[in-house]
Each structure stands twice: as structure tokens, then as C-alpha cells.
Ligand binder design. Structure first.
Ligand code: PRP
Ligand code: ZN
Length: 297
């Protein structure tokens, strides 16, 4: 029996180093996104870093606050981080993709019992925050002089312990504010997870990044679109097709029953209910809506 020889040609390969949050509001979803993009990591348990199988990529786990600087320095080639940290750290990195998850806002809040007539009420007050850069920028823009008091955590308790009259912090569900007797008075910015990249990636790494982004965009597109199938009376077919144009144009097939066709298309989640209502008005029947796993656009 002849043994087939396998040749290994050793080519040193670039690896794309991706920084994600070690633990916090972005961690789980960042890992999920990589997984859905076909990036399976070697060690599930969070160590300092893990290596991907098949795709030349390595994940390093960092505090979200540190990610922008690591990406600027090129220690990580790209990072998944909250836009809030990206804005706060003001690092020289490129924002290359919005990811639409871990949405939150950065807001000013004051004790529930205090009256509020506008931003001028904060003139001369102390505002506690972990986001001094964004806050100061906002205050300057609105000509308000206030004392910015920097805290690294538990900002929401500052008013009750008497170290500030207001806070500026992340609000997501709003439950932290409520449980601390605070009310949101100004929304300063909206934030979501974003991908940031080092500015001068070498060509090999740029290629890997393009591959990864292509996968991420396919996952994103799939999650915001649905596959729709329906039966249409032939005399309304043209109008129905106009309502669900799909990626290129819908697939239309005759049904066994005369005078009817089956129409298949893709529908954005955003316009979902409006479109469904319109389709029913046009006489569409047997409407099926199915999730899409990946969408290559
Ligand atoms: C933020 C913020 C609040 C909380 C608000 O902390 O500091 O404590 O989330 O969310 P809610 O409106 O849903 O209650 P986070 O968990 O991000 O931790 P970190 O500030 O230490 O990064
Ligand atoms: Zn943080």
C-alpha cells in the first residue's frame, strides 16, 4: 500500500488580532457576532486571548475602556467597542462599521425630586461621570460652566452621597437611574457597538479585515431581512411584485391551481408590518415569513 504524502508548505501567516470586551455589555454579543461569522474560537472559557479555528484570527480580551488605545497602538488590529468609548478616548483609529447591538445613550440625570427647566440649571453644578471628554465637549458647546467630577464607576450614587448634583452616564433600560432616584434630563449621544481599526494595517491584514467585514455584513443583512413566500392571484401579480422587489427581483412560479402564482422574495424587517398589510389588501394568501441564516450581498 502506498502512503500518500501530504506536503506542508510553511508560509508564515498574518493573523488579525481582534480586541473585544472582557466582560460587560458588549462581550457576549461580540462573541456571538464572530461565531455567526464562522469564527470559532479554540477556548470557550475566557482567557487573555483565544485563537480562531480555520480563519487566521486571534481574539484578545480587554477592558472596553482600553480598546481604543490598543487599536491606535496596533497591539490589536481591530476592536469591537461601544461608540461611547470610541468617542471618549478620542484615539486616532478608524471607525469602520456600526454593528447595531448594545445600544445605549449617554445622558445627564438629576435627582427625581429636583425641578428642571433646561441645561442652564446645571450652571455651576457638580456633574459626576466616567465620560469627562464627551461631557466637557457638550457643556462647552452649550456654554455651560459646570464642575466635571470624574469617577471610574458607580456614578449613579454620586448625588445621594453628596458629591455631585447631577450625573452623566450610560442609560440603557433606565433601571439604574430609577433605582437611584434619578431622572434623565438630557440625552447627549446615542451609542452602539462599532468596529474600529488601526489606521495603517499592512496589506495582508487589510485583506483579512475585508474578509471578516464581508462575513459580518452578511450576518447583519440576514438578521435584518426575512424570506417571504406567498400565493398571489395572477391579476394582482404586478402590484404585489412592486411591494416586495427583493434583492434583484422576486421569484414567481405558477401554482397548480390556475390563476395563482407563488412569489418568493426578501423583505426588510423594518418595513415588515406595513408590507404585510399591503400584501393582504392586494389579495396575497398563505404568506410565510422565514428567517435568513446568511445573506450574501
Ligand atoms: C452602565 C452605567 C449604569 C448602567 C445603566 O454601566 O454605568 O450603571 O450601565 O444601564 P441601565 O439603564 O440598563 O440600568 P455598565 O454596566 O456598562 O458598566 P461600566 O460602566 O462599568 O462599563
Ligand atoms: Zn467600562
Amino acid at each position: 500500500m502506498q502512503i500518500l504524502q501530504t506536503f506542508f508548505i510553511y508560509v508564515p501567516m498574518d493573523k488579525l488580532r481582534v480586541a473585544i470586551q472582557k466582560s460587560g455589555r458588549l462581550s457576549e454579543k461580540s462573541l456571538d457576532l464572530l461565531k455567526e461569522s464562522g469564527i470559532h474560537l479554540n477556548n470557550g472559557s475566557r482567557k487573555l486571548k483565544s485563537l480562531a479555528q480555520v480563519f487566521p484570527l486571534e481574539v484578545i480580551y480587554l477592558r472596553d475602556d482600553d480598546i481604543p488605545q490598543y487599536v491606535e497602538d496596533g497591539v490589536a488590529h481591530i476592536g469591537i467597542v461601544g461608540e461611547n468609548e470610541y468617542a471618549e478616548k478620542n484615539c486616532d483609529v478608524e471607525l469602520i462599521e456600526r454593528l447595531g447591538f448594545s445600544r445605549c445613550r449617554l445622558s445627564l440625570a438629576i435627582p427625581k425630586s429636583e425641578p428642571y427647566n433646561g441645561l442652564q440649571d446645571l450652571e455651576g453644578k457638580r456633574i459626576a461621570t466616567s465620560y469627562p471628554v464627551i461631557l466637557q465637549h457638550y457643556l462647552d458647546e452649550h456654554g455651560i460652566r459646570a464642575e466635571v467630577h470624574v469617577l471610574s464607576g458607580s456614578v449613579e450614587i454620586a448625588p445621594s452621597i453628596g458629591i455631585a448634583e447631577a450625573i452623566f452616564d450610560i442609560v440603557s433600560s433606565g433601571s439604574t437611574l430609577i433605582s437611584n432616584g434619578l431622572k434623565e434630563v438630557e440625552t447627549v449621544m446615542h451609542s452602539e457597538a462599532v468596529v474600529i481599526a488601526h489606521r495603517n494595517l499592512e496589506p495582508g491584514l487589510k485583506g483579512l479585515l475585508a474578509d471578516l467585514l464581508f462575513r459580518i455584513r452578511s450576518v447583519q443583512a440576514a438578521s435584518t431581512n426575512r424570506y417571504i413566500l406567498l400565493n398571489a392571484p395572477n391579476e394582482r401579480l404586478e402590484e404585489i411584485i412592486e411591494v416586495i422587489p427583493g434583492m434583484k427581483s422576486p421569484t414567481v412560479m405558477p401554482l397548480a391551481e390556475k390563476g395563482w402564482s407563488s412569489v418568493h422574495s426578501v423583505l426588510s424587517e423594518k418595513e415588515f408590518w406595513a408590507v404585510i398589510d399591503r400584501l393582504r389588501e392586494l389579495g396575497a394568501q398563505g404568506i410565510l415569513v422565514i428567517p435568513i441564516e446568511k445573506m450574501i450581498i
